[in-house]
Design a protein around this ligand. Structure first.
Ligand code: DUC
Ligand code: ZN
Ligand code: ZN
Length: 481
């Protein structure tokens, strides 16, 4: 009689806290034992020479999301989750996008319909909140948080998405009441549109001027403003896709004041730079994302922010549009102005290999930091811990085996997304995931996908502890409600 469904033997087990050697016993989709020389499993895997880490949590991806300009995100929940699993990720948190005036319940139901029957791996949802009016919030907000949707993204830019400072305050007060986590896209909208107009008047319309239209000051100002609003109401928040050292410094200053302000950055700010906009022809469009990649020197500052734990999470912000496609980077008008180029880059499959190779193997971050940034900290921040994001007795058996010495040259042809390019084509990496287990089931082996579409389950998020106000408000919070 076997004692376990599966035993992963003789492996290096890395969590955000420890690196130890041993065996992992798995039954009924969960980790049930950690130890040395565990009893027999119905299936046994000798993982000597490999590292077992908790499966990655990519808490910032856009799959099958509505757009306003006719562009189409090229990955749905099937292709996106397949690419995620191939790259060592076992849980994804995409966005459910609220059209203005739409009820929050209708919003999440719509995205449930898009995920069901499609996702290979487990998923939760953030909600993009575009309408925090009393009419919408009074109806649904509290019930929605209770039902496991506990994080909300607010935009400070883009027509149709952006909130005024006053609307931000409404959303912050509601999040404070419900202990929901806020995710902020911080760029100054008026500065961007003013600069964009002038660039267009002067005929400076190529892809590279996308970066000129959104310089670091635009991000720094909005980051400072968002943090000030958070400080005013004593409400935690996470700044998403932080691109530049100046915005990072605002976060560091807030953290030094004791504020519950968290930061997320993404591979594009570590591996791409403004030089990538100068690719031949209109290939610069492949790297158009917001905020844009900065200069090469800035990349090392962002690495420092990771190693110094300023950043809490490294997400992909996978927002993939095909390059050679009129519903993608070649949208009508895109050749005439950067303003029309859909914003976003693919990255859900390459996020972890890039971070492992250049972070761990180059000695910039420790293995434990890698696990924290790629897996453990996101579920803590969004209310999925300890079910997700660690290897511990009782946790879901979402485990990835890495070959830390595997040499891989990234090529779009080897990736599983539905995009026709990767901005990291030709990059040489050391270290790659070789097996991905989702709730104990082997869904990827050596790049081959075994998991069936639709096996992924929706995960309700708890009210996240990091979203709890500090309890030291500037103003008596009873006036907020
Ligand atoms: N913000 C995102 O989070 N993703 C893609 C584009 C954007 O502006
Ligand atoms: Zn954003
Ligand atoms: Zn995004």
């Amino acid at each position: 009689m076997a004692d376990y469904d599966l035993v992963i033997r003789n492996t290096t087990i890395a969590t955000a806290a420890d690196v130890v050697r041993g065996d992992i016993g798995i039954s009924a989709g969960r980790v049930v034992a950690l130890g040395e020389q565990l009893d027999r499993g119905r299936r046994e895997i000798d993982a000597s020479g490999l590292i077992a880490v908790p499966g990655g949590i990519d808490a910032h991806v856009h799959f099958d999301q509505d757009t306003a300009d006719g562009s189409v995100f090229c990955d749905d929940f099937e292709s996106g989750s397949r690419a995620a699993a191939a790259g060592g990720t076992t849980t994804i948190v995409p966005f459910a996008y609220q059209n203005k005036g739409q009820s929050l319940r209708d919003t999440v139901n719509k995205y449930h319909r898009r995920a069901e029957g499609k996702s290979l791996i487990d998923y939760a949802f953030h909600v993009i909140l575009t309408d925090p009016s009393e009419k919408v919030m009074g109806q649904d907000f509290s019930a929605l948080v209770a039902d496991g949707y506990t994080s909300f993204k607010l935009y400070m830019t883009y027509d149709g998405l952006k909130l005024t400072d006053r609307e931000m305050l409404d959303a912050l007060a509601a999040a404070r009441r419900e202990q929901a986590m806020l995710m902020i896209h911080a760029e100054n909208s008026d500065c961007i549109s003013w600069l964009t107009e002038r660039l267009e008047w002067k005929g400076m319309t190529a892809a590279k001027f996308h970066a000129t239209s959104r310089p670091f000051v635009v991000e720094r100002e909005a980051t400072h403003r968002a943090i000030s609003l958070a400080e005013l109401l004593d409400v935690p928040m996470l700044l998403v896709h932080v691109s530049a050292k100046e915005a990072m410094h605002e976060i560091q200053r807030a953290q030094a004041r004791g504020l519950r302000v968290y930061g997320e950055t993404c591979p594009q700010y570590l591996f791409l730079s403004e030089e990538d906009f100068d690719k031949p022809g209109d290939e610069g469009a492949k790297c158009v994302c917001s905020p844009p990649p900065r200069d090469v020197e800035n990349q090392e500052h962002i690495w420092t922010g990771l190693s110094a734990n300023t950043f809490h999470v490294l997400s992909s912000d996978h927002a993939a549009f095909r390059y050679d496609d009129v519903r993608g980077k070649k949208l009508p008008g895109a050749a005439q102005s950067f303003r029309k180029i859909p914003n976003g880059v693919p990255g859900v499959e390459t996020r972890l290999p890039l971070l492992f190779s250049e972070g761990v193997n180059q000695g910039r971050i420790s293995l434990q930091q890698f696990v924290g940034l790629s897996s453990t900290n996101a579920p803590t921040t969004y209310g999925l811990h300890p079910r997700k994001g660690t290897i511990a007795v009782g946790a879901d058996a979402d485990i990835v085996l890495w070959d830390p010495k595997r040499r891989v040259t990234l090529a779009n042809a080897m990736l599983h997304h539905n995009c026709d390019y990767t901005p990291y084509e030709g990059r040489q990496l050391v270290g790659y995931p070789v097996m991905t287990f989702s709730r104990g089931e082997l869904v990827m082996e050596e790049g081959r996908m075994n998991g069936l579409a639709g096996r992924g389950q929706f995960q309700r998020c708890d009210r996240p502890e990091p979203a709890r106000p500090s309890g030291k408000p500037l103003i008596d919070p009873s006036i907020f409600n």
